[in-house]
Design a protein around this ligand. Structure first.
Ligand SMILES: [Zn+2]
Ligand SMILES: [Zn+2]
Length: 340
């Protein structure tokens, strides 16, 4: 059992996602503001030349940009106390900076950053994000805490036939500290920010079909060789327990399986709290596409209220959710603001 407390409200802003949709109307019940056109309207620039009755124009440069990765800003409130944290930082500093500025994020309010797992599409924006947050805080403030799994691979990659293909390195602990962050290494489940958020421990692999990254490898510097690393054992999810709704959970890539993660989230609260929402990467792409139907069947059995597959989920699972659970799919797109 955990110390996780019930919170009164939870807001999420998607700072980075693969997908952008600036015009669709939103799903009822979850989304209060898609964070895109209202922002543009507010930011629209006044001009003086003659365009008849029109005095303002909106700028394409105010719209967020999609990028391959995930980053969400989360704000939880309980009894009037508010806490804000980031979950992942997307693939590159420029992408994070651009969207954070376009969304007008209050950087100084960010107390912690949690990295879901060591993969560059989640960690690549880390240094820039930490620098910007550090700069935004008043002098003498507590540094932003960066919550990381201690087992950071030197490099991760994939076998392409007989040849290893490397990803870019994740930022090192030292680089994150140099940017102004305070590194906290955690391998086990723990609660943070007055117990309003829970970071999971290792996700138990129980479904049998959620097998991690096929042909995944990591480089072992001491041995100078690449070794098999399909499990991505460092992956963690983040969750809250929202009063009157239940579990709202955030997943980075779901290499450990979105069903495994969802079941674990429910178990961590003793099985008595319903599953309200699952947001983030479901990783049902490439070799994992064969698991779309199994996944949706097993998610359906957990009776979630809304599903927000983003990042690496792929389009197939979205169609399957809409087919099997009409009305439960909520698009997870960059720049969106959700209140659960
Ligand atoms: Zn990943
Ligand atoms: Zn990813």
């Amino acid at each position: 059992m955990t110390n996780l407390v019930e919170i009164d409200s939870l807001e999420a802003i998607i700072v980075i996602d693969n997908e952008l949709d600036a015009l669709s109307t939103t799903q009822p019940n979850t989304v209060i503001n898609n964070g895109r056109l209202p922002n543009i309207a507010m930011a629209s620039k006044a001009f003086v030349e003659n365009r008849g009755a029109c005095k303002k124009e909106f700028h394409m440069e105010d719209i967020c940009c999609g990028a391959h990765g995930f980053s969400a800003l989360l704000t939880a409130t309980k009894d009037g106390v508010k806490h804000t944290m980031m979950f992942d930082t997307g693939p590159e500093g420029q992408a994070w900076e651009r969207n954070a500025k376009r969304l007008g994020i209050d950087l100084a309010s960010i107390e912690r950053i949690q990295l879901s797992h060591w993969h560059r599409d989640h960690s690549g924006g880390m240094e820039r994000a930490v620098e910007m947050i550090t700069k935004a805080k008043p002098p003498g403030s507590e540094p932003v805490i960066v919550d990381l799994h201690p087992d950071r691979p030197a490099y991760r990659g994939l076998m392409a036939g007989p040849n290893p293909v490397s990803m870019q390195a994740d930022p090192t602990f030292a680089e994150i500290e140099a940017a102004g962050g305070k590194v906290e290494k955690n391998a086990n489940a723990h609660t943070v920010l007055d117990d309003m958020f829970l970071v999971s421990g290792m996700i138990p692999r129980v479904t049998g079909y959620e097998k991690g990254v096929l042909n995944g490898i990591r480089f072992e510097t001491e041995k100078g060789t690449w070794v098999k690393d399909e499990e991505i054992a460092d992956e963690r999810f983040l969750m809250c327990n929202l009063k009157g709704k239940g579990i709202v959970m955030f997943t980075g890539c779901s290499h450990g399986g979105v069903v495994n993660a969802s079941r674990n989230a429910m178990e961590l609260l003793g099985g008595s709290v319903p599953l309200h929402a699952v947001i983030g990467g479901y990783h049902l792409v490439a070799d994992q596409e064969v698991n779309v139907q199994n996944t949706v069947r097993d998610l359906k059995a957990l009776k979630p209220n809304v599903l927000l597959p983003g990042h690496c989920s792929g389009w197939r699972v979205k169609f399957e959710i809409e087919k099997e659970m009409p009305g439960k799919l909520v698009p997870c797109t960059v720049g969106s603001r959700y209140t659960f």
